[in-house]
Structures are given as structure tokens and as C-alpha cells.
Design a protein around this ligand. Structure first.
Ligand code: NI
Length: 180
């Protein structure tokens, strides 16, 4: 497979590009994506059987089930980072090994709809937390130890809106290609 097609399979909505700035409209859009996201994942796995859920979304990539469990894993971490940033001053956050997380026994044994339910509950709280923020809170930050990169909450919100779409499209594009 040529590098361009691999890139499109791996990044169907493009790679995350950090916005230069934000305003109330942009924030509203990102929060709406996080609010809609759980329903997209309901839709993404609708009528898929075991074999389909065990199909990699691209050669060498995660299976559909791993993708959904990963979104839960990733967004649990994100929610924790948000709460840390809101209650501490520029906390240093803890990265996690997403590849190894996606191979642990819970990912292999728990039905995928359980993680979708988790995403529903988690996003309900996440969105409520975001909607309750005051204007100045969007500038609060956490620090990622990789290169001591500082993430303000507005940029984090843009990033996870992208992340929600990114993995949803992995599944939808696979379904499209397979005619599922
Ligand atoms: Ni991801």
C-alpha cells in the first residue's frame, strides 16, 4: 500500500492541527462534538457481529472493538486531566501506554457496548464540566511530560473533539469499504 493511502486509512479526518486561537463559537462547536460523540459510537457498531468487531480498521491497526475500548480509555484519561487542571495549578499529568492498554484482558473480554455505555456516562459528566466553565477557566493548563508541553483547556477540548471524530471515522470508513 502506498504511503498516501496508508495516511488516509490512519487519519481519515486528517491529523490534529492545533487551532491558533478560540472563541465562544469554536468552544461551542467542540463541546457539541463531545456531546454527540457517544451516539456516534452507538451508530458505529450497530448490527456488527463478533467477526466484524474483531476486524482491524486498517492493516496492522486495532480491531473495531479495540478502537471503541480505546476511546473509553483515552477519554477517561482526558476527563481526569481536565479535573486535575481545574483543581491544581498547571499539574503535570501522567501519560499512559495506549497500545498496551488496548491489549489488556478487559479489552479482550468485555463486550464493546459496555464501553459505549461508559462513553455515554463519561461524556455526560465531561460536557457538564465544560459547560460550567467560566471564561477564564479555558486558559487553565496541564503539562504533558513529553517535552513539557503546556496544554490549555480550550486546546485540549479541540483535541478531543478531533479524537472523537478520528476514531469514529476509522470504524465508519471500514464499514463503507466492507459494505457493512
Ligand atoms: Ni486515539
Amino acid at each position: 500500500m502506498n504511503p498516501e493511502s496508508l495516511e488516509i486509512l490512519a487519519y481519515p479526518v486528517g491529523r490534529f492541527v492545533s487551532p491558533a486561537s478560540y472563541d465562544a463559537v469554536a468552544l461551542g462547536k467542540w463541546i457539541s462534538v463531545l456531546e454527540a460523540c457517544p451516539k456516534w459510537y452507538d451508530y458505529s457498531i450497530e448490527n456488527l457481529d463478533e467477526a466484524q468487531l474483531d476486524t482491524p480498521y486498517r492493516p496492522g491497526g486495532w480491531t473495531v472493538a479495540q478502537v471503541v475500548h480505546h476511546v473509553a480509555d483515552s477519554h477517561i484519561n482526558a476527563y481526569t486531566r481536565l479535573k486535575l487542571a481545574l483543581t491544581e495549578t498547571a499539574p503535570l499529568i501522567k501519560p499512559y501506554d495506549e497500545k498496551r492498554w488496548a491489549e489488556l484482558p478487559d479489552v479482550q473480554s468485555v463486550p464493546v457496548n459496555v464501553s459505549v455505555t461508559l462513553i455515554h456516562a463519561l461524556h455526560r459528566r465531561w460536557v457538564a464540566a465544560l459547560r460550567g466553565l467560566e471564561e477564564k477557566d479555558w486558559e487553565r493548563t496541564y503539562v504533558h511530560p513529553e517535552g513539557n508541553r503546556v496544554f490549555p483547556l480550550w486546546e485540549m477540548t479541540a483535541m478531543y473533539a478531533w479524537h472523537s471524530r478520528h476514531h469514529f471515522e476509522h470504524i465508519m470508513k471500514l464499514r463503507e469499504r466492507m459494505g457493512w
